[in-house]
Each structure stands twice: as structure tokens, then as C-alpha cells.
Ligand binder design. Structure first.
Ligand code: NAD
Length: 478
């Protein structure tokens, strides 16, 4: 029996691994230390990578159907332990039950759906003289580095395609949220052959060792754009493959023909899902000036009447805390910048620093300047600028005027206008009259400095492979 509330160990070569040095993990709703986890040494990482390399020799050769079957077994086991996992996720990450359910059952679905995928050989030519076939061979050992906002799901987005394609994997969770991932890999210990699926916990240094390690063939990374640049730089040394899923500053454009009351809840969730600690959260809303006041007021009403920020373990909580002290400090800085510049808050604006946890009130900034920090940067917390627009080409230019290009959305009854605007937005996802529609079969990736490559879909699976083109000359005179 696995105890989800204690005994957090790494998994190296299919076995538990601990360390003398440990790192504390906190409950962000109470700031209490809830666990200590191993701080992986360089020698332990070397061993995990060496064992992954050894295991790759046979794992990569197994028929894909066998690998699919074991990934399905992991899905079943995760589902069987969903209750313990959801409770642990709320304790370490802070998200309320609804978000924990979405993440844990979403992870089960992702494992099952990715396990239906495989890459067939492409027969390019089959003539009297030649047979040319392109095969998709696994890249080898994958290092997966994940953040703290969706610690399980974003790990699964890497684990499932890596294992299905025939790679072995060493997972490194965020130091802020290692608990669920350590337990996930503990669940997998008796499913996969030793060395196929390891997990190491530690700080940012551990991530740096991984992205520079010659034994790793690919880094699958989700995190900030700043860290993504470091990963890409150190991966260059050994020409590692990289998939980078990075930051965003997603715009939403609201047309003049919407009903303010009907759209307010949709815009709220677009921006504040997961307490706005969400790469694809709407981070600036451009509202047509003719309905700006009405939409702003409807959002304020919705927040006043429907939203409670609190401990995710309490059943009436809508939004949890900020996940960690570092992020809390960053979010506080955005509040201060707005206050120092005299911007108006439509709601919120004051953080209670005496609160039990790292809580921040839902805050709307009322039409700040376009060049303000709150519009230009990614706060990754529940403070959202509302902006006015009047000219279509101007609002499209403002929406695109960013180093990011992760997602965007357009909302309006005039479907022709909605599509016309959507087709001009520079981002990996453009949602029209809805948002956050994800699937294991839909490619997910960013434009510009929001990322490189993609996850999910056959395109995402392909990112764990090399092309091997085999050319046979059938008529060679030898
Ligand atoms: P982060 O970049 O600080 O950390 C992410 C991971 O990288 C952690 O595991 C961390 O320990 C590790 N790390 C830190 N420094 C490293 C280095 N030099 N080399 C290698 N690894 C290193 O990001 P975060 O604060 O955990 O997450 C928030 C950010 O992630 C936001 O910018 C958000 O937009 C982004 N994000 C993007 C996506 C996406 O799919 N595009 C999804 C979720 C979050």
C-alpha cells in the first residue's frame, strides 16, 4: 500500500532512492511545511540517466502494442488512486477540488488517448528499382522538466508520448510541487521495466544538470520563457532535441455585439482558471469601447457574487492561493506597480499580507495604459487588465504586439468578424467564442517566444522521434 501522505522517495532504476539532504514542501493555503523530499545528488542523477540509457536498448525495441498496454496500466492505477492524488494535489498545489478533479482525471484520459497513438512507417517509394521508407525511431533518453501550476498533467503530457514512442524518461518536477509526481512514479514502479521511468526531485540546479547532461537526448520542458532560454542554450552543447512550452500573454478581444451579463462568467474563467496561474489564461481583455463599462461592471458583479478565494480543501472555495512564496512576491510587485502608477482597480487591489496563506484577491485593473507592466508582462496571478478598443486593425496590432504567442481568443455574435480577426492573431491557439478546448489529439504549442515544437497529437508524438529513412536499391548489380 502506498502512503500518499508520507515517505516521498525518488524512483531510480525502478527502486526507491532517498538522500540525506532534503527540501521542504509547503501547503500554500497555510504556509505549513507538509513534507520533506529528496534533494537529488549529481551522482544519483547520473545513475538515473545511465539506467535510462541501458533500459532504452530493449524498451525502444519492444512492439508499440506492448508499450501501449503498460501506459494503459498506469492510467488504470492512477484512476484507482485518484482520490488520494486529488487530495495531495490540493495540499501541495493549492487548487480546489474542481481543478484537482480536472487535472487528475484529465491525466488518466491523456494516458489512455495517447496510448491509442502510434507512428506508422511512411513508404515514400516502392518501385521496381527502389523501396524508400521513413521510420520514426525513438530519440533515446528524455529529460522532462515541469512547473508547479499543473504538476501532474504537464508531466503526463511528456511521459505518455515519450514511453509510447519508445523513449525512456527521467522526470523532474518543480521543487514547489514534487509530491504528486513522486507518488505517480512510485505507482509506476511495478508496471515498467527498471530504468524506463525514473523521477528525481531537487531544485533548479538539478534542471541545469539535466539540460547539460550528455546522456540525455531530448529535454521536454514546460516553464517560463526565461528558463526556456537557459535550457535551449545548454542543450546546444550536445544538440539535444528540445520541446519548449513557455510563457504567454494571451489577449481576448470582445466585440460590440455581445451580451455583457452572458459573457462575464466566460471571460472570468478564461482569465482566472487555476487562480490565473495558467500559461493559457487570458492575460489582457480588449473590450469594445461601446460596451466596456457594461462588461467591466458585469465582471465585477460576477466576482462579488460568485467567487470565493480560500483554502482549496474547503468545499465552497472557487480559487485557491498563489502556489508559492516566490510567485506571491512577483504578483505583489504587479499590485505595487499599479498602485504606484495610480491605475484604477474595478475590484480588488489590496493584498492582506496577514492572511494565513499566500492569498491574493481577484483584481481587475480598469483600462491601464497599453505600455504598462500589467499589460506587457505575464503576472501569473489573479490581476487582470481590462482595455478599451475602437478600431479593428488597431486592436489586432495591440493583441499581436508581444514577444509571446501562446493563445488568444475572440468573442462576438458576428461570426464573420470573429473569424476575420481570429485569422490575423499570432498564436498557437486561437479560440473563437470559447476557450481552453484541449485534447490529446490537438497540437499544443506556442509561436514566437512562447515555445518551440508542440505537445499532444501525432505531431507531438513525432517530437520524441528521429526520422530514419531506409533506401533499398532492389536492382543493384553487386
Ligand atoms: P520555471 O521556468 O521557473 O521552472 C520550470 C521548471 O524548470 C522547474 O522544474 C524548475 O526547477 C526548472 N528550472 C529552473 N531553472 C532551470 C534551469 N536553468 N535549467 C533547467 N531547468 C530549470 O517556471 P515556473 O515558475 O515553474 O512556471 C511558470 C511558468 O511556466 C510561466 O511562465 C508559465 O506561463 C509557464 N508555463 C507554460 C506552459 C505551456 O505549456 N506553455 C504551461 C504551464 C506553465
Amino acid at each position: 500500500m502506498i502512503d500518499f501522505n508520507a515517505n516521498y522517495s525518488m524512483t531510480i532504476n525502478g527502486e526507491a532512492a532517498t538522500t540525506d539532504n532534503t527540501l521542504p514542501v509547503y501547503n500554500p493555503a497555510t504556509k505549513e511545511t507538509i513534507a520533506q523530499v529528496p534533494d537529488c545528488s549529481k551522482e544519483q542523477l547520473d545513475r538515473a540517466i545511465h539506467c535510462a540509457g541501458q533500459a532504452f536498448n530493449s524498451w525502444g525495441q519492444r512492439p508499440v502494442s506492448e508499450r501501449q498496454a503498460l501506459v494503459l496500466a498506469l492510467a488504470d492505477k492512477l484512476e484507482a488512486h485518484a482520490e488520494e492524488m486529488m487530495a495531495l494535489l490540493t495540499r501541495e498545489q493549492g487548487k480546489p477540488r474542481a481543478g484537482a478533479e480536472w487535472e487528475v482525471f484529465g491525466s488518466v484520459t491523456w494516458l489512455r488517448e495517447i496510448a491509442t497513438q502510434s507512428l506508422e512507417d511512411e513508404v515514400i517509394e516502392d518501385t521496381d528499382t527502389h523501396k524508400v521508407v521513413t521510420q520514426f525511431t525513438p530519440v533515446g533518453v528524455v529529460g522532462a522538466i515541469v512547473p508547479w501550476n499543473f504538476p501532474i498533467l504537464l508531466a503526463i503530457w511528456k511521459i505518455a508520448p515519450a514511453l509510447i514512442s519508445g523513449c525512456t524518461i527521467v522526470l523532474k518536477p518543480s521543487p514547489y510541487t514534487p509530491l504528486c509526481d513522486l507518488k505517480l512514479v512510485e505507482l509506476a514502479r511495478d508496471i515498467f521495466p527498471a530504468g524506463v521511468f525514473s523521477c528525481v526531485s531537487g531544485g533548479d540546479e538539478l534542471g541545469r544538470w539535466m539540460s547539460a547532461h550528455p546522456g540525455i537526448n531530448k529535454i521536454a520542458f514546460t516553464g517560463s520563457t526565461a528558463t526556456g532560454r537557459h535550457v535551449m542554450r545548454s542543450a546546444a552543447e550536445t544538440i539535444k532535441r528540445v520541446t519548449l512550452e513557455l510563457g504567454g500573454n494571451d489577449p481576448a478581444i470582445v466585440l460590440p455585439d455581445v451580451d455583457p451579463k452572458a459573457i462575464a462568467p466566460q471571460l472570468f474563467w478564461a482569465a482566472f482558471q487555476n487562480n490565473a496561474q495558467f500559461c493559457n489564461a487570458t492575460k489582457r481583455i480588449y473590450i469594445h469601447e461601446s460596451i466596456y463599462d457594461a462588461v467591466r461592471d458585469a465582471l465585477v458583479e460576477f466576482i462579488k457574487n460568485e467567487v470565493k478565494t480560500g483554502n482549496g480543501a474547503e468545499s465552497d472555495t472557487t480559487l485557491g492561493p498563489i502556489q508559492n512564496a516566490m510567485q506571491y512576491g512577483k504578483v505583489k510587485d504587479f499590485f505595487k506597480d499599479c498602485q504606484d502608477n495610480g491605475y484604477t482597480f474595478a475590484i480588488g487591489g489590496q493584498i492582506d499580507e496577514q492572511a494565513e496563506g499566500w492569498f491574493v484577491p481577484v483584481t481587475l485593473v480598469d483600462n491601464p495604459p497599453e505600455d504598462s507592466r500589467i499589460v506587457q508582462e505575464e503576472p501569473f496571478g489573479p490581476i487582470l487588465p481590462l482595455l478599451k478598443w475602437s478600431d479593428e486593425q488597431d486592436v489586432i496590432a495591440r493583441a499581436n504586439d508581444t514577444i509571446y504567442g501562446l493563445g488568444s481568443s475572440v468573442w462576438g455574435k458576428d461570426l464573420e468578424a470573429v473569424q476575420r480577426i481570429g485569422n490575423q492573431l499570432q498564436s498557437g491557439k486561437v479560440w473563437l467564442n470559447e476557450i481552453h478546448h484541449y485534447s490529446p489529439h490537438i497540437a499544443f504549442g506556442g509561436h514566437k517566444q512562447s515555445g518551440l515544437g508542440c505537445e499532444n497529437s501525432l505531431h507531438g508524438l513525432m517530437e520524441y522521434t528521429n526520422w530514419r529513412t531506409v533506401t533499398l536499391n532492389k536492382k543493384a548489380v553487386l
